[in-house]
Design a protein around this ligand. Structure first.
Ligand code: GLY
Length: 269
């Protein structure tokens, strides 16, 4: 999940792949999944990679009525003991939320939970944490009213929020960018202007990746310092390894086919 620091990544929620996954929304990187069993294998590899690298995984049962339900990142924003339940930008995905909210409440008793109110809309995939700085994508899924509600929470917690306009050919901010560590941001040339993130705090670095490897910019930093990456993005791997980071890669083809990336598959508590 993109809203926790590396040292907070100890426990992740994931959701099992439904048979209906072939009907998942796919309008950007993907043309629709064609092999649900392969997607299940990827999901298994993903959970194993999390567990082997220091993350406890809790799996929420799937729901055949919601082909996109594996993308739990979108369903909640969890920041330092506060939980914001957004109103998803895609109406077909709103019914996925209750079991995710129930799982969070079950694991995090004592956390403060708030729900967004209309007309606010936001997908958790539009939020990216870079240490103590947050970026939110203004996208086809996240509107200004949703950003205003998020800003209220971040103001309360004392964090800065910057808005990144997401181009029409991309789904979420985290479809294009990730923070494999608390001081490195990966983003693709072409999709985003190089000034879009503003001046970074001391010690922060943006690594700009060629446009052809845009999908590979979504990586997942693990609490032991390794980084999970999608197979097939050599520049991403080379840039991370040249900074001393060890990479663990998995085949994401069938998840990409549903416009999903590594971070979309988990929600860190
Ligand atoms: N298929 C993921 C989404 O569109 O939300």
């Amino acid at each position: 999940m993109a809203t926790v620091r590396l040292d907070q990544k100890r426990h992740a929620l994931v959701r099992a792949v439904p048979d209906s996954f072939g009907s998942a929304l796919a309008n950007f990187f993907g043309a629709g999944p064609s092999d649900v069993e392969s997607a299940r294998q990827t999901h298994k590899d993903y959970c194993a990679a999390l567990e082997e690298n220091g993350v406890k995984v809790t799996t929420i049962p799937t729901d055949e009525d919601y082909p996109d339900c594996i993308f739990v990142e979108d369903q909640a924003v969890i920041i330092d003991g506060h939980v914001l339940l957004p109103i998803l930008g895609a109406p077909s995905r709103r019914g996925e939320q209750q079991p995710v909210a129930d799982a969070i409440i079950d694991k995090l008793s004592g956390y403060k939970v708030c729900k967004m109110t209309p007309p606010a809309q936001m997908d958790g995939g539009d939020l990216l944490r870079f240490g103590d700085l947050f970026f939110v994508g203004r996208s086809s899924r996240t509107n200004d009213a949703g950003i205003a509600e998020l800003r209220d929470l971040l103001d309360h917690l004392g964090y800065e929020l910057r808005i990144v306009d997401i181009p029409d050919n991309a789904l979420h901010l985290t479809s294009l960018a990730s923070t494999p560590t608390d001081t490195i941001l990966l983003a693709p040339k072409g999709y985003l202007e190089q000034s879009i993130f503003g001046e970074l705090p001391d010690g922060g670095e943006i690594i700009w990746i060629p446009e052809a490897e845009a999908y590979g910019c979504n990586t997942l930093g693990l609490p032991n310092g390794k980084v999970l990456v999608a197979d097939g993005y050599p520049t991403v791997v080379a840039e991370l390894e040249s900074r001393g980071l060890e990479v663990v890669s998995i085949d994401m083809a069938q998840i990409r086919a549903a416009d999903g990336s590594l971070t979309c598959l988990s929600l860190f508590l």
